[in-house]
Design a protein around this ligand. Structure first.
Ligand code: C2E
Ligand code: SIN
Ligand code: SIN
Ligand code: SIN
Ligand code: FE
Ligand code: FE
Length: 515
């Protein structure tokens, strides 16, 4: 008994907020399930644990009188922290059935399980304890308040740690996903969401949080809008903060923003940050347990978020500008030769289709689609008399014509942009042939970059089916036949096969972007 008391005391010292709860907002309780066919066990357990708090959060009891009832209740409460589980109920091992259900059937590895049995000496086999991650085993004679306290504290602490690990894992995952596709619009939202998720779990805050930002300079946009949020704010991206917060919280947030001062109270924290163009705010709930180190950490974090946001905005802006420049350059090339603008659009769509068909990841497929319209950009350097010659080119003229590949590469390479790099490859290699008979370098097979092999198919397929100053449009059947005939000659045979598998989709593209 002495020992148990000491243990309990020690636990309380580690978490002083348990002894002096100051939070006024209700805190999410820890769910504890009691499974037992003897009604007294429920009564005694609840009594023994009444008023118990761990890390400032009270307990919520869920009672089940049988194994079957326990299983049913579990689907309603997936977030049960601990189960106090009787072994012998409707059957000799009804309790073990519940354990198997929790771990194997619903795949829950988080909930801590304490087995209890009326018959001493009826301990579960070691195998069961190990295999099913059972955290404690007690006979009912050990149901004293102190022993129960100790078990519950240990169990909740383990559960809270598992929960933090899980939240961190999810936060990290979002950050990683966001950085892999940083040039997509939503990446900022995902980045911020990941960071918030980690923060909430590291500091053991409430799950409701958001990060908002707004422009400084612009006059029409005075409001801060939510970039991303967690918990109750997880669906609020894009909304103005005055539409998701109510007074008096909204007033505190606004005051903090106007004065550019952080606001700390037991219920929530408001952190303000500023960058060259933007001001921002981070709102976090249930901060009553924060100590001075946590607050330092938060301030540091804010400084970093503001830099990261600036960088992300810049990256997004840059990507957008580049895309626009690329489109404009593509348009210039189109007007120079008499090909229509829809040629490059169709080529882009065919490339995207092929990229997806070979399993290229979405971000790269998207990039190739944006790069493909540049394949003939080098034609801007070819004299009109050759480019728009109504008849067949002489051998000499064709030699000059061929220079468009290398010219395009020179125009596009040596930039810092991934998109322009990809475009340079496309321009340089779209006339190479699988059998080595192409130009400008006569590359063979997989020496030709996959971007080049894909664009070659898309370009020729479209050129054949379209009228040119030097030829009429071929019928679609003739075009398909040509593509197949050229597998292993002009084209990568696998790619041609993949391409021809998507006849329907190809015809759809042809139809929606016709001249
Ligand atoms: P383009 O018109 O965009 O054609 C792209 C590619 O589609 C050609 O690359 C070729 O592989 C294929 N292609 C187009 N029309 C035909 C055709 O009637 N028969 C066959 N078998 N393939 C065809 P290529 O040959 O390297 O030509 C590159 C560019 O040179 C062409 O781009 C076009 O701008 C120009 N060009 C090629 N031949 C002539 C020509 O006889 N007269 C004129 N004025 N321009 C030509
Ligand atoms: C709890 O902490 O009580 C449940 C776990 C959760 O839903 O985050
Ligand atoms: C889970 O992530 O699978 C459940 C744990 C939790 O709600 O935090
Ligand atoms: C935790 O209690 O372990 C995390 C904070 C929360 O989600 O309530
Ligand atoms: Fe070309
Ligand atoms: Fe072309």
């Amino acid at each position: 008994m002495e020992n148990d008391d000491e243990l309990l005391f020690a636990a309380e010292e580690e978490t002083p907020q348990t002894a002096f709860p100051v939070a006024k907002t209700p805190r999410k309780p820890w769910k504890i399930m009691i499974v037992d066919d003897e009604p007294e066990v429920h009564t005694i357990t609840r009594l023994a644990l009444s008023g118990f708090e761990f890390e400032g959060r009270p307990l919520q009891f869920i009672s089940a009188r049988s194994g079957a009832e326990a299983k049913a209740l579990f689907s309603e409460h997936p977030d049960i922290a601990m189960v106090l589980l009787d072994v012998v109920m409707e059957t000799e091992d009804a309790g073990l059935d519940v354990v198997r259900y929790i771990r194997d059937q619903i795949n829950n590895r988080m909930t801590r399980i304490i087995l209890r049995t009326g018959q001493p000496g009826q301990a579960p086999e070691r195998r069961v304890v190990l295999e099913y991650d059972i955290n404690d085993y007690k006979t009912k004679t050990e149901l004293t308040a102190q022993k129960l306290f100790t078990s519950i504290v240990a169990g909740l602490r383990a559960y809270a740690d598992l929960e933090i690990i899980e939240q961190n894992r999810r936060g990290l995952e979002e950050i990683i996903n966001a950085s892999a596709s940083i040039f997509k619009i939503q990446s900022m939202e995902r980045f911020v969401q990941g960071v918030l998720t980690q923060l909430v779990s590291l500091l053991r805050l409430g799950e409701n949080s958001f990060c908002g930002s707004g422009c400084f300079a612009s006059h029409e946009e005075q409001s801060l809008r939510i970039i991303a949020g967690t918990g109750a704010f997880s669906e609020d991206a894009g909304k103005r903060i005055e539409d998701v917060l109510q007074t008096p919280i909204l007033d505190d947030v606004n005051t903090a923003i106007v004065r550019h001062e952080n606001h700390f109270s037991d219920e929530y924290i408001v952190l303000c940050f500023m960058s060259s163009n933007n001001r921002g705010v981070i709102y976090l709930e249930n901060s009553f347990a924060l100590n001075v180190f946590d607050k330092d950490l938060l301030n540091l974090f804010c400084a970093n978020v503001s830099v990261a946001l600036d960088n992300l905005k810049l990256a997004n802006e840059l990507e957008r500008t580049q895309r626009e420049v690329v489109e404009r350059i593509g348009a210039v090339a189109e007007t120079r030769s008499e090909e229509t603008g829809n040629h490059v659009r169709r080529v882009a769509e065919y490339c995207y289709l092929l990229a997806q068909a070979v399993g290229m990841d979405e971000a790269e497929a998207q990039m190739l689609k944006e790069a493909a319209p540049m394949h003939d950009i080098g034609k801007v350097g070819i004299p009109d008399s050759i480019l728009n010659k109504p008849g067949k080119l002489s051998a000499e003229e064709f030699e000059i014509m061929k220079k468009h590949a290398e010219l395009g590469k020179k125009l596009l390479s040596n930039s810092k942009s991934r998109l322009l790099d990809a475009s340079a490859i496309v321009a340089y290699e779209h006339h190479e042939c699988w059998d080595g008979s192409g130009y400008p370098r006569g590359l063979k097979g997989t020496e030709i970059h996959i971007y080049g092999r894909i664009t070659a198919i898309a370009d020729v397929f479209d050129a054949l089916g379209s009228p040119r100053c030097y030829k009429g449009a071929w019928t679609i059947d003739k075009v398909f036949a040509y593509m197949y005939e050229q597998r292993e000659r002009q084209f990568d045979p696998d790619l041609v096969d993949r391409f021809l598998e998507h006849r329907e989709k190809i015809l759809e593209i042809r139809e929606s972007f016709k001249d």
